[in-house]
Design a protein around this ligand. Structure first.
Ligand code: UD1
Length: 373
């Protein structure tokens, strides 16, 4: 049996690992071993994704928790080196661009273990983003590169990766979306509000296509008091025109409390702050929304598949296919209000679905790994 060690660490990794684990279940020649680094550890950031997406419990959990980037990366490396030495896998597969991705690739590469990076080649060309550093580190030492779109192939070729090491096989996040969408849309949308001590429900407070979804957690947007204050005021102004639901990332909520912004939030009756949602509720919420206003990576892809207008408040994106082909638009903070108005007026962007974002990526990846062996 070929021993394949898969790494998952933070929330956006779980939807990418799930379809692989499903295809690998009872595989005749590959034995999967799942390692959770514990970078995300809250029930709401981790546990419920395993339950909802039917991911088997990890074989090993390194339980590293939160810390500075250096400390978190070092803890993952220390724990993961031991796992590799104990388990002697034939191959390590890492996904995405989080600290766990780069840390485990470094360990595997130095131990001479073959490493596959899924979601290779994405580049924002912005080295102030920790994820960009993780992408560069991971792709500079991986052996096999699986990409989600053609621009990623081009980036890798420019960095002198041999063409025969690059496989454009599609998007695992969309596998999970295709599989879970019917179940998601039958999951009740009822949320506890963080800022108003009550519960709200879709179809009572507001209806389908008559609200927007917010998600913000990038350090560039939420760690600076002035920027976050400006964003909170803008969200408030928009929510007077159309209700906004914001499942808040812990980093953002901590900063809102620390900067004393709760009062502003409470003064807008249609600005709904809720706890981080599980996958099914979140996808239900997005799929019935009029638009998303975000700084996330994954949501740019999910809205492209769903053909829902997405406004990404960032100067760049590592996922340009969502802009040239999909329904995503990159905007600046001072463009938020006019762009949302365009959407309210029915002039939101629509697009098409990129090649191989079709629900069968995990099958293609597992076939490639089995054949390459
Ligand atoms: C990480 C990823 C980012 C991804 C995001 C999705 C890196 C560099 N960043 O950012 O690419 O988009 O996950 O969520 O890997 N926290 C909790 N509970 C948790 C996890 C985190 O309260 O379960 C809090 C901690 O205070 C922590 C902070 O959130 O310090 C940030 O967590 P961290 O894993 O460092 O980065 P994210 O901002 O979540």
């Amino acid at each position: 049996m070929y021993k394949l060690l898969l790494v998952a660490g933070a929330r956006p990794n779980f939807m990418k690992i799930a379809p692989l684990m499903h295809v690998l279940k009872d595989h005749p020649s590959i034995q999967p071993l799942l390692v959770h680094t514990g970078q995300h550890y809250d029930e709401k950031m981790s546990g419920q994704f395993f339950d909802e997406l039917d991911i088997p419990a990890p074989n090993i959990n390194l339980e590293v928790g939160s810390a500075s980037h250096a400390v978190q990366t070092a803890r993952i490396m220390e724990g993961f080196e031991k796992v590799c030495l104990d388990e002697t896998p034939d191959c390590v597969l890492v996904v995405g661009d989080v600290n766990s991705t780069a840390a485990c690739t470094l360990v595997a590469a130095k131990l001479g273990i073959k490493t596959i990076h899924y979601e290779a080649g994405l580049r924002s060309h912005d080295r102030t983003m920790p994820e960009e550093i993780n992408r560069l580190v991971t792709d500079s030492i991986s052996d096999i590169f699986i990409t989600t779109s053609i621009d990623a192939n081009e980036n890798l070729l420019k960095e002198n990766v041999p063409a025969d090491k690059i496989y454009m096989l599609g998007n695992l996040m969309i596998d999970t979306l295709v599989e879970q969408l019917p179940k998601a849309q039958s999951t009740a949308l009822e949320f506890e509000l963080l800022n108003k001590n009550k519960t709200i429900q879709l179809n009572t407070e507001f209806s389908e296509k008559e609200y927007g979804v917010l998600t913000f957690h990038r350090p560039g947007n939420v760690d600076d008091k002035q920027t976050l204050t400006e964003l909170v005021r803008l969200w408030g102004n928009i929510s007077d025109k159309i209700p906004l639901v914001f499942p808040v990332h812990p980093r953002t909520y901590k900063n809102i409390q620390q900067f004393g912004l709760q009062q502003i939030i409470n003064s807008f009756p249609q600005l709904y702050f809720v706890e981080p949602l599980g996958y099914l509720q979140f996808i239900h919420l997005v799929s019935k929304s009029k638009f998303a206003l975000t700084d996330s990576g994954g949501i740019q892809e999910e809205t492209t598949y769903l053909n829902i207008p997405c406004l990404t408040v960032r100067p760049n994106t590592e996922r340009p296919v969502t802009v040239w082909e999909g329904s995503n638009k990159l905007i600046k903070i001072d463009e938020i209000e006019e762009e949302v108005q365009l959407i309210i007026d029915g002039k939101g962007k629509s697009g098409s679905v990129p090649k191989f974002w079709d629900g069968h990526t995990a099958e293609r990846i597992v076939k490639m790994i089995a054949e390459a062996d």
